[in-house]
Design a protein around this ligand. Structure first.
Ligand SMILES: CSCCC(=O)C(=O)O
Ligand SMILES: [Fe+2]
Length: 198
């Protein structure tokens, strides 16, 4: 996992890295201030079916602690999605939030999760196999594959899955009015988040 502040909003070419010049890395500590959680679970030691595989055990421990009852797999590629791939990519890349955490464990391929900094800059988080990431409820974010255009990931969820993305409206949009958004903003203001990755 690597993260950096993006140069611009990436709208013209979502799959390009969009590093600033000079590069402006964002540390794991700064991501923590944004409410992002991160683990590395060695993908060579992960098996979906073998509960004795070390990385699977680690995942089970995280799931138990954080009450992630639901798990499934998502394949995001032309091969995996066929004709639906371009439209799916477009919808993943629309800025949105969820009322619950977004949890992903990368199995194959790579991609970018983008999350807003407290000053509304985009922080780009590059993920590769072994990366397990949690984006907090109420945080505006988006996802894109990178130039290799393929990713396979485990999706985890508390209770029954509700993947509904809530778009950021213009001004006082839908997302801005939700209690999860207000809680998230309060968590930033209460910590050192207000100065992180700005
Ligand atoms: C790396 S997971 C693919 C994208 C996705 O599931 C999402 O954005 O919700
Ligand atoms: Fe999302």
């Amino acid at each position: 996992m690597k993260a950096w502040l993006m140069d611009g909003d990436g709208a013209e070419s979502p799959r390009a890295p969009h590093h600033r010049t000079p590069d402006t890395p964002v540390s794991l500590e700064e991501l923590k201030h944004l409410g992002v959680l991160y683990w590395y679970l060695d993908p060579k030691e992960y098996s979906a079916d073998d509960t004795d595989a070390p990385a699977k055990k680690q995942m089970q421990a995280i799931r138990a602690e954080r009450r992630y009852a639901h798990a499934d797999e998502v394949v995001c590629s032309a091969a995996g999605m066929g004709d639906a791939f371009p439209a799916k990519c477009a919808s993943f890349f629309e800025e949105h939030l969820h009322e619950d955490e977004e949890i992903r464990y990368i199995l194959d391929g790579s991609g970018y999760f983008d999350i807003r900094s407290p000053t509304d800059a985009w922080v780009r988080i590059a993920v590769t196999p072994g990366d397990m990431i949690v984006l907090p409820a109420g945080a505006y974010h988006r996802f894109t594959v990178d130039e290799a255009a393929s990713v396979r990931a485990v999706r985890l969820f508390r209770d029954a899955p509700a993947w509904t993305p809530i778009a950021r409206g213009a001004g006082l949009g839908e997302g801005d009015d939700l209690s999860c958004r207000k809680s998230y903003l309060a968590s930033l203001a209460g910590g050192e988040g207000a100065t992180a990755a700005s």
